[in-house]
Design a protein. Structure first.
Length: 123
């Protein structure tokens, strides 16, 4: 069976065209913010552990490099745009940072998309 979308149509085009209700926007923001805080807390704990092992100047700069890399990864990952937030939510589900139950408030269409993408990206 052929797709009803033209071949040039991609996932971002589909997401850009989705309508977001105020409730859905609030749900997505709450879930993403919660996952971000969890990831930042884990990074803080990791940095504290690394700092306790520092004995040489080069180890101090390694901690700085590590934190700079983590900041870039986290900033890139949690860039909140409605045109791509469903991909982020799917990634968070796949990583088990959030559960599908926490996404209660999104439309069935969006939940289905997150479920499918979280499975697809795990393969």
């Amino acid at each position: 069976m052929q797709s009803t979308h033209p071949p040039s149509r991609d996932v971002y085009s589909t997401m850009r065209e989705m309508h977001w209700s105020p409730k859905e926007k609030a749900t997505a923001r709450r879930v993403c913010d919660g996952a971000l805080h969890q990831e930042l807390d884990a990074t803080i704990q990791e940095a504290k552990q690394m700092a306790t092992r520092i004995e040489q100047p080069d180890e101090l700069w390694e901690l700085e490099r590590h934190l700079t890399q983590r900041r870039k990864e986290i900033d890139r990952k949690y860039e909140f745009k409605y045109s791509s937030v469903l991909l982020l939510l799917a990634e968070l589900v796949r990583e088990r940072r959030v559960s599908l139950d926490e996404l209660h408030g999104l439309s069935e269409e969006k939940l289905k998309y997150v479920r499918e993408r979280s499975r697809d990206s795990a393969a």
